[in-house]
Design a protein around this ligand. Structure first.
Ligand SMILES: Nc1ncnc2c1ncn2[C@@H]1O[C@H](COP(=O)(O)OP(=O)(O)OP(=O)(O)O)[C@@H](O)[C@H]1O
Ligand SMILES: [Mg+2]
Length: 247
């Protein structure tokens, strides 16, 4: 469904954040685990069409998402690492605003927002201004907005940052459920986020940013994400434990 092929990202000043990474993603959960500066957010911004790769290709359902990102964007839920909100709006108002921007009808938005507020445990706080929310509560609003349009591709950058252990467990379960029939990509610094979410991915060959398998598997040697990572390896490569068949 979503492919990144030999993707490299160089920033001005010569910093290479992503180095020749190939990912072929069908339904399932891909966890990116790596130290600060490993290139996780850079990779996710490329996959979310926020930034263009310096070289390489991004394909969504076989079509070039760099040349024309619209189809991927229509099917995308993205939570950036630096997610910001309007502090004077309530959670419900903020989600309604984003739902309108995503083109949801008012009626379906209302039902969806109720459902998502419940999912992220914010029903009771939905009428309070976001300026009074804790960091973890704001993260939950960010997660809710990523799921508004029932996206096929969910990219969440450090979604569990600031969540308490109970909320983290709840969110991991939610992502694992969503990954049954969607592409879910998350980054984290917390190994257990990847271990216990039972993701379907395999580990990358090398590099500071890597994909987690059932057992998180990460090399921290390199500052740049590199190598080939395929949660759905081409046949006849045998599947790693915990992988699903290509979707
Ligand atoms: N807009 C930018 N301009 C220049 N360099 C950048 C830019 N964005 C990221 N970098 C550099 O690219 C490298 C990868 O950064 P990135 O934010 O992708 O890493 P990360 O794995 O998400 O880190 P963290 O765990 O701290 O969120 C870092 O060295 C960073 O300084
Ligand atoms: Mg980051």
């Amino acid at each position: 469904m979503l492919e990144l092929i030999d993707v490299t990202k160089d920033y001005r000043g010569g910093k290479r954040a992503v180095d020749g990474l190939t990912l072929r993603l069908g339904p399932g959960l891909l966890g990116l685990l790596g130290p600060n500066g490993a290139g996780k957010s850079s990779l996710m911004r490329i996959a979310a069409t926020i930034t263009r790769p310096t070289s390489g290709r991004v394909l969504f359902e076989g079509a070039d998402a760099v040349a024309d990102p619209r189809a991927l964007r229509r099917n995308l839920g993205y939570l950036p690492q630096d997610f910001g909100v309007y502090p004077n709006l309530t959670a419900r108002e903020f989600l309604a605003y984003l739902a309108a921007a995503k083109g949801l009808s008012r009626r379906s938005a209302r039902a969806r927002i109720d459902e998502l507020l419940e999912t992220v445990g914010l029903t009771g706080a939905a009428k309070r201004a976001l300026g009074g929310y804790s960091g973890g509560m704001l993260r939950r609003v960010g997660i809710a907005q990523a799921l508004l349009a029932d996206p096929k591709v969910i990219i969440v950058d450090e979604p569990t940052a600031g969540l308490d252990p109970q909320e983290r467990a709840r969110f991991r379960a939610l992502l694992a459920d969503l990954a049954a029939d969607r592409v879910v990509m998350l980054s984290t610094h917390i190994v257990s986020d990847i271990e216990s979410a039972r993701p379907t991915s395999r580990s990358s060959r090398a590099g500071g940013c890597c994909a987690g398998a059932r057992r998180a598997n990460c090399s921290r040697r390199s500052a740049a994400a590199s190598g080939t990572c395929s949660p759905h390896p081409p046949r006849p490569t045998p599947s790693a434990p915990g992988t699903r068949s290509p979707g």
